[in-house]
Write a new protein. Structure first.
Length: 562
């Protein structure tokens, strides 16, 4: 028996309060057993990540266990690809189910036996009604439903028909098994819900052994009871299903009674977290797949460069509530910045290079500087080299500077970050009048990081050495949608709000030689630009591809500070 003492100090919420009360009362012997029960019909998204962190976190904190159970009761939509992806995502987030990997299909024989018991006890019947007839007979919130003409069949007749359903005698859609509860119940979920459907479809685990499959409401609670789940935690849309959850456990004669607890699902601005909508984006090729870095899937976030630590922190910060609300995407980005800030190496990348010739440096004259590699300079340094040709950002130069311009312009001086003071002496243009280069000099006696005489020096700009820089492709990812609530417009398709600038590809970028041997998944901070990761799919040795994870600008933190 688990010692019924409160869990370690963590942000409290109503679920922990309920669990603490159950343990204090000795319920379930003080044990805490939770589960994460995804349907393998798509990839996991941030909403699932919140549930994973909650369920596995509760089990960890209370010395219990959390099961990973696949709700594989709909073979029309399920695939082993999704099973493998879900397992990989849960592990990447930092959680382990140990020996407790389960499937609803593990219990098909037992679930069938429960259904037979319900029929024999008069709690279920086989219906010949069509889906349209069942829907019409269900009634409304103000009007009771009508009895199915098959409702008065004897248990013997129902058992015969159900056995023949199991044997494959009837075509898809011709018959269903319904619970016999109350067609006048105020809760529509209790108006004789469907328990089994006929589907002559190959199942990814059981093959062709079954042609009838239980629906979610019937399989879920019974699977919880079979596994000894103590607290069945789900989102608020299942709150109205809780009376059916409890009724079915009783009708099946199960002694173990898990407690269903509902919490608010995650709603994130500028995002859709509906599996149905995400499937549509993938199917119609609005994105490049489930792991597209613009997708809010765990696979997409991983490829984008998010860390599991940042997602777990995000789940802790948003907490658990009973009321729906919308969380700002900026909070997720803030969690990532907080995580990467101290541990990501800081290097330089020039996204849109503009060539600069330093006329007072001879060919072959290379100056080197040891500069900090991390936020904490004591953690180490890297060496950067400066040669006669360097490259700066094109946006750091203008021929016609406005009054408050503090970067490079004809006749102006700026600091080269971690190096000398740079002065622009001449502008080189092509035949069309486009600026293609600058002719400059550097003050070799004045390092850019220190005060120099009484000259007013502009901001420091970043740069790379032309003789040492490594070419790279840089992908600038932004929000997938331009509207904060793309799915919330009744008269508009959510896809009409797709952001045309959600991906900008820069093929001519240059990065420091420090990154020449960077590996897929390596994360860095590009100074003045943001946090980036080496793409795990397209980056190859000699052909580096970097994804922007997030910019340096932390608007969320500024809003909170106000």
């Amino acid at each position: 028996m688990t010692d019924p003492t409160p869990a370690p100090a963590r942000p409290n919420n109503f679920i922990r309060t309920l669990i603490d009360a159950d343990r204090a009362a000795g319920k379930h012997g003080g044990q805490v057993v939770t589960r994460f029960p995804p349907e393998p019909n798509g990839y996991l998204h941030l909403g699932h990540a919140k549930s994973i962190c909650l369920n596995f976190g509760l089990a960890r904190d209370y010395g219990g266990r959390c099961h990973l159970r696949f709700d594989d009761t709909n073979p029309l939509a399920e695939d082993t690809e999704y099973v493998d992806a879900i397992e990989a995502d849960v592990r990447w987030l930092g959680f382990d189910w140990g020996t407790h990997l389960h499937y609803a299909s593990d219990y098909f024989d037992r679930l069938y036996g429960f259904a037979v018991k319900m029929i024999a006890d008069g709690h279920a019947y086989v219906s010949d009604a069509t889906p349209e007839q069942i829907r019409a007979g269900r009634g409304t919130l103000t009007d009771p439903g009508t009895h199915d003409p098959s409702r008065d069949r004897t248990p013997a007749e129902n058992l015969d028909l159900f056995t023949r359903m199991r044997a494959g005698e009837f075509p898809d859609g011709s018959r269903v098994l319904r619970a016999k509860i109350d067609m006048a119940a105020p809760n529509l979920n209790l108006r004789d819900p469907i328990l089994y459907r006929i589907r002559h479809t190959h199942h990814h685990r059981t093959g062709d052994a079954w042609c009838i499959y239980p629906n979610y409401d019937f399989a879920h609670g019974q699977s919880d009871a079979i596994e000894g789940i103590t607290h069945s935690i789900c989102t608020l849309e299942f709150e109205d299903h809780r009376p059916l959850y409890d009724w079915l456990l009783g009708a099946c004669g199960l002694d173990h009674r898990p407690q269903q607890i509902e919490f608010a699902r995650l709603n994130l601005d500028y995002t859709v977290l509906s599996k149905r909508l995400l499937i549509e984006l993938v199917r119609d090729k609005h994105v490049l797949g489930w792991d597209d870095p613009r997708m809010p899937t765990v696979a997409g976030l991983r490829r984008r460069g998010f860390t599991p630590e940042s997602i777990r922190e995000f789940a802790d910060r948003i907490g658990v509530a009973r009321a729906d609300s919308i969380v700002e995407l900026g909070m997720l980005e803030s969690c990532l910045r907080d995580d990467l800030g101290p541990k990501a190496p800081r290097v330089v990348a020039v996204h849109d290079p503009l060539e600069v010739t330093l006329t007072n440096l001879a060919e072959g004259d290379v100056r080197t500087f040891d500069v900090p590699l991390y936020e904490d300079a004591a953690r180490g340094t890297r060496t950067v080299s400066l040669s006669r040709t360097i490259y700066v950002e094109r946006e750091d130069f203008t021929e016609d500077p406005p009054k408050d311009w503090k970067r490079l312009a004809p006749g102006r001086e700026v600091r080269l970050r971690q190096a000398y003071i740079l002065k622009c002496n001449e502008v080189v243009k092509d035949a069309a009048g486009r600026v293609i280069g600058l002719v400059c000099t550097v003050d070799l006696d004045a390092l850019g990081g220190k005060p120099v005489d009484k000259r007013k020096i502009g901001n420091a700009i970043h740069w790379v050495s032309g003789s040492h820089a490594v070419p790279a492709e840089i992908r600038l990812y932004d929000r997938l949608f331009s509207d904060p609530d793309p799915a919330g417009h009744k008269d508009a398709d959510f896809k009409s709000f797709l952001n045309a600038e959600s991906l900008v590809v820069l093929k001519g970028a240059l990065v420091e030689p420090y990154l020449a041997d960077a590996k897929p998944g390596d994360r860095v901070q590009f100074e003045r630009k943001g946090y980036y990761v080496v793409d795990s799919v397209d980056s190859k040795p000699g052909a580096l591809v970097f994804n922007r994870i997030v910019s340096l600008k932390d608007t969320w933190a500024k809003l909170v500070a106000k």
